[in-house]
Ligand binder design. Structure first.
Ligand code: GLU
Length: 433
């Protein structure tokens, strides 16, 4: 008997949007596609790298101090599981979404790859305003989030670390919650822990140190000395504070700093230790008495040689890139420059040291901490700093060389280096089954 299919109504197929869709995700993919086309990347590998391998989305409740229950969204995304565990920060911010976390996880993949760490990229987040939480609320939220992602993280699978709105205390709560579940202490499940729990005291300053190690190398590319160079820093959180301290130690002058409260400016250099003391007491930089107040947005225009965006994403864009006076932009934050902003900076001849290279000091010291956690053998701070410097310098010089060879900018060269290593690893492992 010949089977004939009954007439069925044809339902028009519309392609649903990608689950990860968001402005930041599109930018990350567009940037990847641009470089993949330039590299003539294998089309199958390119397709696999455009989306994350695993994404975890949860909604969960936590109790507020007044007895009310609030439900929040939590995310953890693993972009590439090819070369080792996944690695990346955890952010608490009111605007976090799956697309943002995914874009940042992709960034982590290229970052780890270009400095030679055996990780794929990951990122996590909880959509919450951390400054509105008490310590007890933050602890309950963190422990519940950890319990939600318990099967998704682990020292051999995925290792969170601090990012926007989280710190060493949050990492300690994650480590404790995880360890309670498995029945023994597991220091390797997070990095950026307090020193008493196997953290390294260099971790807090590591991103700033990494940026500072690259500063003289970047300035040399534009024939400027480090001594006396004027630096403007947007953001005075962990990265902003540590880079301010580290570049001052090199003899550069921090002339402007801004945070959510506004900005401050002092042409002959802000007294950075005094500003640290001020923010330890008053939190915000505004009304620091030994500098002139400026509008936060004006920071991008102040007269300086080096601009360090060290806060959030997409702060340099089509609307302000033309006003930047700096010769060098050293990206401390993740994705601080939009593609349009980047094009304008390139056209104007501004040297941009991209985030995936410039701020890789953080994850590099995380890697050191993870290794030490697995081995229960701890290095001195001197050893940690020296190894960080070696890794950052080597990555910078090889990207500079590649940029010169390919006649491309530093961001494109960094992406080529990051992507090609991952692509090779994927091709070598082949497909299962
Ligand atoms: N959050 C940092 C970054 O974006 C560090 C990640 C880590 O140490 O795993 O690079």
């Amino acid at each position: 008997m010949i089977f004939t299919a009954p007439d069925t109504e044809v339902i028009p197929v519309t392609t649903p949007p990608l689950e990860w869709d968001s402005g930041m995700y599109r930018e990350a993919v567009a940037q990847f596609d641009q470089v993949a086309a330039y590299m003539d990347l294998d089309a199958n590998v390119a397709e696999r790298l455009r989306t994350p391998q695993r994404s975890f989305l949860t909604t969960f409740p936590f109790r507020k101090d007044d007895g009310q229950v609030e439900t929040v969204f939590g995310y953890r995304v693993k972009h590439v599981l090819t070369m080792g565990p996944t690695k990346g920060g955890l952010r608490y911010a009111p605007t976090v979404n799956l697309g943002e976390v995914t874009a940042l996880a992709m960034n982590m993949t290229w970052k780890c790859s270009l400095v030679g760490l055996p990780y794929g990229g990951a990122k996590g987040g909880v959509r919450v305003a951390p400054e509105l939480l008490s310590r007890a609320e933050k602890q309950r939220l963190t422990r519940r989030y950890t319990s939600e992602i318990f099967t998704f993280i682990g020292p051999q699978s995925d290792i969170p670390a601090p990012d926007l709105g989280t710190d060493s205390q949050v990492m300690a709560w994650i480590m404790d919650t995880y360890s309670q579940q498995v029945g023994h202490p597991v220091p390797g499940v997070v990095t950026g822990k307090p020193v008493e729990l196997g953290g390294t005291s260099v971790r807090e300053e590591s991103t700033g140190l990494g940026l500072a190690y690259l500063l003289p190398l970047a300035l040399e590319m534009v024939d400027l000395p480090t001594k006396g160079t004027r630096v403007a820093i947007q953001g005075f959180g962990q990265v902003g504070k540590s880079v301010a301290r580290a570049v001052t130690a090199l003899g550069a002058r921090v002339v402007a700093v801004s945070d959510l409260s506004g900005g401050i400016y002092r042409p002959d250099g802000i007294d950075i230790p005094a500003l640290h003391q001020w923010t330890a007491r008053n939190v915000w930089v505004n009304s620091f008495p030994e500098a002139d107040p400026i509008d936060g947005d004006r920071l991008f225009e102040v007269d300086c040689e080096v601009l360090v965006p060290a806060a959030v994403q997409e702060v340099i864009h089509a609307g302000n890139a033309a006003d930047i006076t700096a010769a060098v932009v050293l990206e401390g934050a993740n994705s601080p420059t939009t593609m349009e902003g980047d094009r304008i900076l390139q056209k104007r001849g501004v040297l941009v040291i991209p985030d995936i290279l410039a701020n890789a000091g953080g994850v590099t010291v995380s890697y050191f901490e993870w290794l030490q956690g697995l081995q229960f053998y701890f290095w001195t701070n001197e050893e940690t700093r020296q190894r960080l410097r070696d890794i950052m310098t080597k990555a910078f010089l090889s990207i500079k060389e590649l940029a010169a060879k390919e006649q491309v900018d530093m961001r494109t060269a960094a992406l080529i280096m990051g992507i090609s290593r991952v692509a090779k690893a994927k091709l070598m492992r082949g497909l299962f089954p």
